[in-house]
Design a protein around this ligand. Structure first.
Ligand code: SAM
Length: 213
């Protein structure tokens, strides 16, 4: 069992580029193996934090003339989620930022990547253009059930057939609402889901990846 309270002290100090907390290299290897970069459409990430993972996705996307849409409030205090082990998400964000502004760290990390489209907004309020199409989406924003479901509902209609949506923190004990939300979504959409994979990332925390039929 992994808990935020157990891992956050183990995370190394900030470096350039900033750290990421998922294991995006494994995700990128998976995306590549699945042939998603050969399909028509862009990428989207909900929850970029300091942009360490965004930079990796954007470099991959740039090699295939794709864009990465990013949604984040870039404000630690906007996330009122409290983990099962009673750690407020905002406190975790602030701890790693060490007094710096999330937006400034993200902007500095991503400034050389013109294929990133940044949407500074609560993901529950975002509306995407009807013609937007994604081959890959990664959701790691607010870990409350309504947020996870809302993020799925925002992206799913724009995901191409054969495209993949991933959720970080699946089966992570500290954020049980992510697992509940994803399990309910998988049940509601079982006829539209072709395949599912779980990838164990950094700190032993898994992501679940769902392929759209
Ligand atoms: C766990 S962090 C993402 C970490 C990132 N995937 C990485 O590995 O570096 C979650 C991010 O989601 C953002 N967030 C939380 N609630 C949000 C919401 N309702 N809308 C948009 N972004 C949100 C936070 O600001 C934070 O940057």
């Amino acid at each position: 069992m992994v808990r935020i309270a157990d891992i956050w002290h183990r995370i190394p100090g900030l470096k350039r580029p900033p750290p990421e907390f998922v294991g995006y290299d494994n995700l990128i290897a998976f995306i590549t193996r699945q042939g998603l970069m050969q399909m028509e459409g862009d990428l989207i990430e909900v929850g970029a934090y300091m942009g360490g993972g965004t930079v990796k996705l954007a470099r991959l996307a740039a090699r295939h003339d794709k864009r990465v849409y990013v949604i984040d409030t870039f404000d630690p205090d906007m996330d009122t989620t409290v983990s099962k082990s009673t750690v407020p998400a905002a406190e975790v964000y602030r701890a790693f930022l060490k007094g710096r502004s999330m937006w400034e760290v993200y902007r500095e990390a991503t400034r050389r990547l013109p294929n990133i489209v940044t949407i500074i907004e609560d993901s529950r309020r975002v509306v995407l253009d009807e013609e937007t199409r994604f081959v890959f989406a990664f959701v790691d924003g607010c870990h409350q059930k309504d947020c996870v479901k809302s993020d799925f509902r925002l992206i799913w209609p724009h995901l191409v057939s054969g495209g993949i949506i991933g959720f970080h923190d699946y089966r992570f004990d500290d954020w049980p609402e992510v697992t509940e939300a994803v399990d309910e979504l998988m049940d509601e959409h079982k006829d539209d889901i072709l395949d599912r994979h779980e990838i164990v990332g950094d700190y032993g925390i898994s992501s679940i990846l769902l392929t759209k039929r």
